[in-house]
Write a protein that binds this ligand. Structure first.
Ligand code: F6P
Length: 343
């Protein structure tokens, strides 16, 4: 296929919650575009930067040392105002004023909804790249930042585990994910948690089940730790509510530990850097070949294009094999102790 010679200038934004790897992705976009003589400009603070004209030229010289840093040097923002037609029209006007022919949006589902909305008012090309720690976009196996966030959660849980084990305590650890259980599931498996509560579980574990399990574990292993991984936005009163409820039901003090925004920060791991650069490079090449209104993702290790709306209109299920793995492993210690007693 022939390259589109009319593509002279690409705009880039990072939007919504930042994720480790966004900087590496910008590097790949800038360096790939440069090879075809395409100019790249960033707009700082996501969509707000397009509307308010926070424009920043991007050149390969400035990209040498960005890939290893977390966050996004272009800054990001939540910008719900972008749902309004007038705001999106103002963005379209500014993109035209700056002679931008194509826009690459690195972000999550809210950012892609924004891109889909902008498309009604602007005739440039738009490509989305999946940048969110939540991994909740359909059409890609993984998203930029997810792997690092899981590593961060796992390392934090490992640390809590050491003190919990030393003091024989029960901890309820809350991880991020907005309304998706990917971080919860992966962090629970990686940290060998005794229990997991993620939004996709049907039925959801109930209080008496969880409490019974803690009591059984305390009986079998009175001087050991017990860790529950809980996804955010699930339990009434969150992690503190659950810890209190469990404390009352079991008579055992349960400690609440929300991991919070440390999961979004930190240097991207190798997997996220490589993914980010692969997708950034693919986005520019796809735009040059005429792709528009799509997300570029990775499925079965292949770069794929997915219509933008299908990334946020469809649910992305957890891998049931991983859910089953966690559920089958998490109770085995107690069961084996019981079996030892009776044999
Ligand atoms: O970016 C995704 C995410 O970290 C979610 O996991 C979390 O629910 C949300 O963002 C928190 O957003 P904010 O930092 O705007 O409070």
């Amino acid at each position: 296929m022939k390259k589109d010679k009319s593509l002279k200038k690409i705009g880039v934004i990072t939007s919504g919650g930042d994720s480790p790897g966004m900087n590496a992705c910008i590097r790949a976009i800038v360096n790939t575009a440069w090879q075809d003589g395409i100019e790249v400009v960033g707009f700082r603070h996501g969509y707000r930067g397009i509307v308010e004209d926070f424009v920043q030229p991007l050149h390969p010289d400035d990209m040498r040392l960005v890939s290893q840093r977390g966050g996004t040097f272009l800054k990001s923002a939540r910008y719900p105002e972008f749902r309004e037609d007038d705001v999106a029209k103002a963005a379209a006007k500014n993109l035209t004023k700056h002679n931008v022919d194509g826009l690459i949006v690195i972000g999550g589902d809210g950012s892609f909804r924004g891109a889909y909305h902008l498309e009604k008012f602007w005739d440039g090309k738009i490509i989305g790249l999946p940048g969110t720690i939540d991994n909740d976009l359909a059409g890609t196996d993984t998203t930029i930042g997810f792997s690092t966030a899981v590593d961060t959660a796992m390392e934090a849980i490992d640390k809590v585990r050491e003190t919990a084990e030393a003091m024989a305590r029960v901890f309820i650890i809350e991880v991020m994910g907005r309304h998706a259980g990917f971080i919860g599931l992966h962090a629970a498996i990686a940290s060998a948690a005794e229990a997991m509560i993620v939004p996709e579980m049907e039925p959801q574990p109930n209080l008496s089940e969880l409490a019974d399990n803690i009591i059984q574990a305390r009986t079998a292993f009175p001087d050991s730790s017990y860790i529950v991984v809980l996804s955010e936005n699930l339990w009434p009163g969150g992690v503190h509510g659950l810890a209190e409820n469990l404390g009352k039901s079991t008579g055992v003090t349960c400690h609440a530990c929300p991991l919070g925004h440390i999961q979004r920060g930190g240097r991207p791991n190798a997997q996220d850097r490589i993914l980010a650069m692969q997708l950034g490079n693919a986005a520019v090449n796809a735009m040059l070949l005429g792709s528009h209104n799509v997300m570029i993702g990775l499925e079965n290790e292949h770069v794929v294009e997915v219509p933008l709306n299908l990334t946020f209109e469809r649910d992305k299920p957890l891998d049931q094999r991983l859910v089953d793995l966690q559920l089958s492993l998490q109770g085995v210690n107690i069961a084996s102790k019981e079996a030892n007693k009776t044999s």
